[in-house]
Design a protein around this ligand. Structure first.
Ligand code: HEC
Length: 458
């Protein structure tokens, strides 16, 4: 098919033959400069003949006087996106698989014309997402329910609703990572070099050229026939592309290794400085990156402050404030104590007299603060102990209404003290329940006890 002596490929197509012949004659007649000039003339098909070894050392593409290496493929140019799509379809129909199209912008329908299958990326992303969901759930089950189960207010250690936020995040995380890296890997990116980059024609792929390259490794590849096919498909020019004859020159230039080493070392400098700062001492002041966050215009107690006439930030005690832990004169109301003994009746404070309103208030507070452990009926079967039991543990709030357990007989002052300061494994509620509300709760606990013991002690 290829006759190296006269540089003319065999061709059955008169059009191609004419174009090739014309090119050859012109090359001979007008020299390489004229041949190059045809690139700009869309009417002339520029085909650099296969196996064309220019004696004058310049075939328009190779700048150096050297023997081109192994053939990598051919690159054809088309003058419109439509022509590229049609050509791609022809090339595909001719049975080629190792080819690709290059255009300055995405061309609609090109993937279908080239016979590119739908990407498997969505499937990969789905797999990544599922892995994230399962992994996130497993992570939480392993840590919360298996490896280190920890009772938090009687909540179950393993519960789907509580685990959804984390699992959602891990799902998104793995989907995104799969999308990002999957896209790069499937597109074989990053690609800093490609044999076609050597061809001047290829530059137009980012300007106004619509290019189609077929690789020589394609089973159907035959330089002459493939070129002919492309010309028939409407190519305005076809160039063969040879690899560098010197394999060493196909490698990364050595200076780049130097650049990589140097940038790596530079990137480590901040880390080295941080490591040094952690290991050494310095008498220099801090370097403040965010001045206004480090120095905020605010009042610190015991520091000078201009905004007040006396120049102090500390405003002293506000009238009527009772500091937690300080003694209060009304020991009955505040501590449930009378002359050092538990108060048996009610404090003489108008707001905590046994009235229907106080009872209602007490019920509401009890249901919020006590029922989770002691149960709505006071028998000690709230959700917390029940859940602890489910997970195999034991947490036993006192039965508040069973006379045998003794709470029924306890004076009001003692109940008040238990609510305020707790007892054994029950923590105190002084920080959460105001004093008057604690008395209201006691009133309601008494009502619970009576309803549990009709005709009983109280
Ligand atoms: C977090 C669970 C929990 C909550 C909430 C809780 N308790 Fe308790 N309570 C316990 C446990 C556990 C005990 C038993 C402590 C022990 O081992 O003596 C107990 C004991 C008591 C006792 C008996 C003390 C004694 O002297 O035997 C009283 C009275 C009591 N609680 C009242 C209340 C009241 C009133 C509230 C609501 C303000 C309340 N508790 C809220 C867990 C709780």
């Amino acid at each position: 098919m290829i006759d190296d002596d006269d540089n003319t490929p065999d061709s059955d197509d008169p059009e191609v033959k004419a174009a090739l012949d014309k090119q050859e004659t012109k090359d001979v007649a007008e020299g390489p400069a004229a041949a190059l000039a045809h690139d700009a003339d869309p009417a002339v098909v520029v085909v650099t003949a296969p196996g064309h070894h220019d004696d004058d050392g310049d075939d328009g593409d190779d700048e150096d006087d050297e023997v081109p290496g192994e053939l990598y493929g051919v690159l054809a140019e088309f003058d419109s996106p439509g022509a590229l799509v049609r050509a791609a379809r022809k090339v595909k129909d001719a049975g080629y698989t190792e080819f690709d199209c290059y255009s300055p912008f995405p061309v609609h329908g090109i993937d279908e014309a080239m016979g590119i299958k739908r990407t498997i990326l969505p499937l990969l992303v789905f797999g990544g997402g599922i892995t994230g969901t399962v992994g996130g759930m497993f992570l939480q089950w392993w840590m919360n329910a298996y490896d280190w189960p920890w009772n938090v207010g009687g909540k179950p250690t393993w519960s789907i609703p509580a685990n959804i936020p984390i699992a959602y995040e891990t799902t998104i995380l793995l989907s995104v990572l799969t999308t990002f890296f999957g896209m790069w890997i499937l597109n074989k990116l990053p690609q800093v070099w490609h044999p076609f980059f050597k061809l001047d024609r290829f530059l137009r792929a980012s300007d106004d050229g619509f290019l189609l390259g077929i690789e020589a490794r394609d089973k159907r590849f035959d330089q002459a026939r493939t070129t002919e096919l492309l010309v028939k498909a409407g190519a305005t020019g076809v160039d063969p592309c040879h690899l560098d004859s010197d394999p060493d020159r196909r490698k990364l230039p050595t200076f780049l290794y130097g650049v990589i080493v140097v940038t790596t070392i530079l990137a480590l400098i901040p880390l080295a400085l941080i490591a040094k700062a952690r290991a050494t001492k310095s008498n220099k002041p801090h370097y403040h990156i965010f001045e206004d966050m480090d120095f905020q215009p605010k009042a610190k107690s015991d520091a000078p402050f201009d905004a007040f006439a006396d120049g102090r930030a500390n405003r002293g005690e506000i009238a009527g404030t009772v500091a937690r832990g300080s003694r209060n004169d009304d020991t009955a109301f505040h501590y449930g104590l009378q002359n050092g003994q538990w108060l048996t009746g009610w404090p003489s404070v108008p707001t905590v007299q046994p009235t229907p309103e106080l009872m209602k208030r007490g019920q509401a507070r009890y249901d919020i603060y006590c029922a989770p452990c002691h149960g709505f009926d006071g028998q000690g079967h709230g959700t917390v102990p029940e859940r602890v039991k489910e997970s195999g543990g034991l947490y036993a709030p006192q039965n508040l209404v069973d006379p045998v357990k003794g709470v029924v007989e306890q004076p009001n002052g003692q109940l008040f003290n238990t609510i305020s300061n707790g007892r054994n494994t029950m923590l105190g509620y002084a920080g959460q329940i105001p004093v008057a509300d604690r008395w209201a709760i006691i009133l309601y606990v008494r009502a619970l006890q009576r309803s549990a013991n009709p005709g009983g002690p109280r």
